[in-house]
Design a protein around this ligand. Structure first.
Ligand code: SF4
Length: 291
């Protein structure tokens, strides 16, 4: 069954959050940067960094002209810093091959380095108002509940998930793009993972999960994302040292951030492999391009 898309679009117009990358005068570049930042980081942490980036690098060529080390530094504490390198790589191609303008069609976006199925469609929809199925975790959960009557989304499948969402989109570009934004916002604000606020939901009456008697999620368990003690935490601590340093540092300084030497060295190696750190000829460590 479908959903009442008009109700969702009206709801979004009324209660959707005012975010700087949703302003009508925000450039497609601003939308692209926001989408990469928002993939694994909450809005509240993204917003101040996004504003800094837009003031500093208002067009792709400005970011492309920067060293990757400075870009990693400016990424700050957003986490998953390989995203900073991906943005820098995409900005370089946009500046060199697309006249400094973010492409508008999905296939050209997909051909940019580091731009995946989600980001390409999100930029086409939110920057250019196009009809494109934008599927993130929130949208998958909304569709699983409201359309399929399940307690939560099962394992992701790009093709099936996109076909599911595509089937809901109105035929015209503008309302389809608005519905994409509305579905994401509903999943972020109302149809949340642990405790959906169904009493406030604009599609409560037609929600298949409600009509099914709110069955428990019966699919495979989802991996729990922990942070403390993980390599991700240790990598973050190591990068923090370099972000705060004026230049290359000795390994002894990095050794101070984590007690367990095996894990620490493994993380240091992985940062070097990812290109987030570099080693100088005399054995010091630096952000890329900063030595
Ligand atoms: S009624 Fe509840 S479960 Fe259904 S879509 Fe709305 S918030 Fe989600």
């Amino acid at each position: 069954m479908g959903l009442d898309t008009d109700v969702l679009i009206d709801w979004f117009a009324e209660v959707g959050r005012d975010l700087p990358w949703r302003e009508p005068d925000c450039s497609a570049w601003g939308v692209l940067v926001s989408e990469i930042m928002l993939q694994q980081t909450p809005v509240s942490r993204v917003q101040p960094i996004w504003l800094e980036w837009m003031a500093r690098w208002p067009v792709p060529s400005a970011l492309a002209a920067e060293t990757t080390g400075e870009v990693v530094r400016a990424w700050g504490k957003l986490g998953y810093p390989r995203r900073a390198l991906r943005l820098h790589a995409a900005a370089t191609v946009i500046a060199q091959e697309h006249g400094d303008v973010v492409p508008s069609d999905v296939d050209t976006l997909l051909a940019l380095p580091g731009i995946g199925a989600y980001t390409a469609r999100a930029v086409a929809a939110f920057a250019y108002g196009k009809r494109a199925p934008v599927v993130d975790t929130n949208v998958r959960r909304v569709v699983a509940r409201a359309v399929h009557g399940a307690g939560d989304a099962g394992p992701a499948s790009n093709t099936r998930d996109m076909a599911d969402v595509e089937a809901l989109l109105p035929a015209e570009d503008a309302p389809a793009a608005k519905l994409s934004a509305a579905l994401m916002e509903l999943g972020a604000l109302i149809c949340t993972a642990r405790s959906p606020k169904c009493a406030d939901c604009p599609i409560y009456a037609e929600c298949a999960w409600q009509r099914n008697g709110r069955p428990e999620y019966a699919g495979p368990a989802k991996p729990v994302q922990k942070f403390a003690g993980t390599d991700r935490q240790v990598r973050g601590l190591l990068l923090d040292v370099l972000r705060g340093a004026e230049g290359p540092v000795e390994k002894a300084r990095l050794d101070l951030v984590w007690h367990e030497s095996g894990q620490r060295d493994r993380c240091l190696d992985s940062l070097l492999v990812d290109g987030l750190l570099e080693q100088t000829r005399d054995g010091l460590f630096a952000l890329p391009g900063e030595h």
